[in-house]
Design a protein around this ligand. Structure first.
Ligand SMILES: CCCCCCCCCCCCC/C=C/C(=O)SCCNC(=O)CCNC(=O)[C@H](O)C(C)(C)COP(=O)(O)OP(=O)(O)OC[C@H]1O[C@@H](n2cnc3c(N)ncnc32)[C@H](O)[C@@H]1OP(=O)(O)O
Length: 282
């Protein structure tokens, strides 16, 4: 498990919590923190004991985006590659991700939160696509995420005007999933993560990928993708377990293993071609 003083990694009951830990800079992300965050996302994606990931910030802020306190000497292209790596790893992580936002989330800091599957914020949280105030434009996937979440015109309003908005407005714009009182947010996120950990890992990963890709597909292609995903789900032990649990009127216990060889994990979908049922049962 990757751990460093600027990114804290904590595991509990299948939930890995990654905490940006540069509170003196509102958790601004410098070159070192981009690199550590990238490694932590790779580790979370491949560690089969990790069933859900929470990303948050220390010291009452989520993240103030890229560190602009001093011009770093690494090449801008290297910076952009690091941001690209983090954005894609987060987007394609085959596990549910939750951004727990207290305080500010601006620039790449906000898009780090939006790159998670769920955003939980407090009423005091504040958000800004602040880039243009720094002579920059959107990054960390903001140009893909914002139009999908709020529509093109509101995305341009947020990006071109770089306004600071509060959690209530962010929620109204579908940019926050839940707004929770500050005193309740830790318990809320813990319970949400527990619900996700109890789910079928393969089906959750498939559902996330289908929805991430679905909006850009034709209905015909989306249905074909759903069929392929369902074939994989049916090849795991989780589908028959769910049916048996229903018949026996009990809660299912999902493992994310193949039906034929229950010792084999099926959760490492990213590193293998999505097999058809025939291949798995061969
Ligand atoms: C292929 C070729 C490509 C070429 C491209 C070249 C481009 C180069 C590559 C660029 C890659 C990066 C892309 C950019 C991503 C971004 O995220 S840009 C946006 C950066 N972030 C900001 O501009 C936010 C700056 N901060 C603020 O506006 C405010 O701090 C706040 C977040 C609104 C909070 O305000 P407040 O609560 O009043 O706190 P402050 O007192 O302002 O801050 C407390 C201390 O923290 C320091 N700090 C805050 N934010 C940052 C930051 N982002 N970087 C560094 N330090 C920060 C702030 O200075 C205070 O410090 P002290 O004064 O020492 O107390």
């Amino acid at each position: 498990m990757t751990d460093s003083s600027i990114l804290l990694c904590r595991d509990r009951d299948g939930v890995r919590t990654l905490t940006l830990n540069r509170p003196q800079r509102k958790n601004a992300i410098n070159a070192e923190l981009w690199a550590v965050l990238r490694d932590a996302l790779v580790a979370a994606g491949t560690d089969r004991a990790v069933r859900a990931v929470v990303v948050t910030g220390a010291g009452g802020a989520f993240s103030s985006g890229a560190d602009i306190s001093s011009p770093s000497d690494d090449h801008p292209a290297d910076k952009m590659r690091r941001l690209t790596d983090v954005a894609l790893l987060l987007h394609e992580l085959p596990k549910p991700t939750i951004a727990k936002v207290t305080g500010v989330a601006v620039g790449a800091g906000w898009n780090l939160a939006l790159g998670c599957d769920f955003v939980v914020a407090t009423p005091e949280s504040r958000f800004s696509q602040i880039f243009t105030r720094r002579g920059l434009s959107l990054d960390l996937g903001g140009s893909w995420l914002l139009p999908k979440l709020v529509g093109l015109q509101q995305a341009k309003r947020l990006a071109l005007l770089a306004e600071m908005i509060d959690a209530a407005e962010a929620y109204a714009l579908n940019l926050v999933t839940w707004v929770v009182p500050a005193e309740d947010i830790d318990g809320f996120v813990t319970h949400l993560a527990e619900r996700l950990v109890a789910g079928p890992p393969v089906a959750l990963a498939q559902s996330k990928a289908l929805l991430n890709e679905g909006a850009d597909r034709t209905m015909r292609d989306a249905l074909a993708n759903e069929g392929r995903a369902q074939m994989v789900n049916f090849a795991t032990a989780d589908a028959p377990e769910a049916y048996a649990a229903f018949a026996e009127k009990r809660e299912p216990h999902f493992t994310g293993r193949w039906a034929v060889d229950r010792a084999r994990d099926a959760t490492d979908l990213r590193t293998m071609d999505r097999p058809t049922v025939g291949e798995v049962n061969a």
